[in-house]
Design a binder for this molecule. Structure first.
Ligand SMILES: Cc1cc2nc3c(=O)[nH]c(=O)nc-3n(C[C@H](O)[C@H](O)[C@H](O)COP(=O)(O)OP(=O)(O)OC[C@H]3O[C@@H](n4cnc5c(N)ncnc54)[C@H](O)[C@@H]3O)c2cc1C
Length: 286
């Protein structure tokens, strides 16, 4: 097995162009498990840990550009204010060790339907910055990034450089059901992001379909019927939960049944919107 160790982004892109079959390695919390369990035997590993710029983030005009290697622990400690939904999701990932090594870039690379960063990225209209030596930079909306179970929109010679996301315009919440409280892959998950300036609510479902996805009909319902100055209408809330559950197309597996997942999405959708609405009205009153 070749072990490629670029020290700059330009070298990393050149190495990926030269050997598109090389498997990128960031925190290694997915890749090393797969190698240890012989799930994959890559002909080459492309170790990105020396490319320092991948582990940095910046902000311009309220838009955050977060390097692919920024670990969950940094998102929690440094970005919890502007990106609260993603920070909440990050807090639920694995253990402190996994949160210190694991990255959103790796979560995106793995593209598991159960990855915890995906629902808040979808709810906040995040954009993934991919790059290749041949084609340069490509900006891919999160909603177009997930193509199938553990399949994403990256081309063989592309690497993830960063993701871009706006600072929260209103309250954001993430909820995850697991078979225990910590160190658990989601049975299913749900994220909500309020954008009061646009009178819009973003959503994201995890582990409830072949790919992470938005609950578009539930979003449309709120865009049409939500009164942003009033308490939540219980009938509207109920309909929101139903439409969120209808957006799911889950499977039965060892972690839960499809029926249970649909029910849990309904509950989490209503719960997260209620929490967010409580904050929204509280901020207006303050
Ligand atoms: C004990 C344990 C608990 C876990 N708990 C959770 C959990 O609760 N929630 C959750 O979502 N995940 C969990 N995971 C999975 C894993 O930690 C996450 O998916 C994490 O985000 C992976 O990040 P990483 O940097 O370690 O990625 P890596 O393992 O380095 O890479 C993951 C994938 O992304 C690709 N990749 C990495 N960087 C790039 C790049 N720059 N460009 C293109 N492709 C790239 C790799 O080739 C690989 O396919 C857990 C894993 C373990 C071992």
């Amino acid at each position: 097995m070749d072990f490629l160790r670029p020290t700059t982004w330009a070298e990393a892109l050149a190495a990926k162009a030269d050997q598109p079959e090389a498997v990128p390695l960031q925190g290694g919390t997915d890749v090393m498990v797969e190698i240890n369990f012989a799930v994959r035997r890559p002909v080459a590993l492309l170790d990105l840990t020396r490319v320092a710029e991948l582990a940095t983030w910046s902000v311009q005009d309220g838009r955050y550009r977060v390097g692919a290697a920024v670990p969950y622990s940094t998102i929690i400690s440094e970005l919890g204010g502007p990106l609260p939904g993603l920070a909440q999701a990050s807090r639920t990932v694995g253990s402190p060790q996994i949160r210190n090594r694991g990255s959103v870039g790796g979560n995106l690379g793995a593209a598991s339907p159960a990855g915890d960063s995906h629902p808040p990225l979808l709810a906040a209209d995040a954009v993934i910055e991919a790059e290749s030596l041949a084609e340069g930079v490509r900006l891919i909306p999160a909603a177009e990034f997930y193509l199938g179970v553990k399949r994403n929109a990256l081309r063989p010679d592309e690497l993830i450089r960063a993701f871009h996301v706006r600072a929260a315009g209103g309250p954001q919440y993430f909820s995850k059901v697991g078979t225990r409280n910590a160190m658990v892959i989601a049975v299913c998950s749900f994220a909500v992001a309020l954008w009061p300036g646009e009178r819009r609510v973003g959503t994201g479902l995890g582990s409830a379909a072949p790919t992470p996805r938005r609950a578009l009909k539930a979003e449309e319902l709120l865009a049409g019927e939500l009164d942003w100055d009033a308490p939540l209408d219980p009938a509207l809330l109920r309909r929101f939960g139903e439409l969120a559950a209808l957006a799911a197309s889950p499977i039965d597996d060892v972690r839960g049944t499809a029926d249970y997942r649909r029910h849990a999405i309904d509950v989490m959708a209503r719960r997260t919107l209620t929490w967010a609405w409580h904050d929204h009205l509280g901020r207006r009153a303050a």
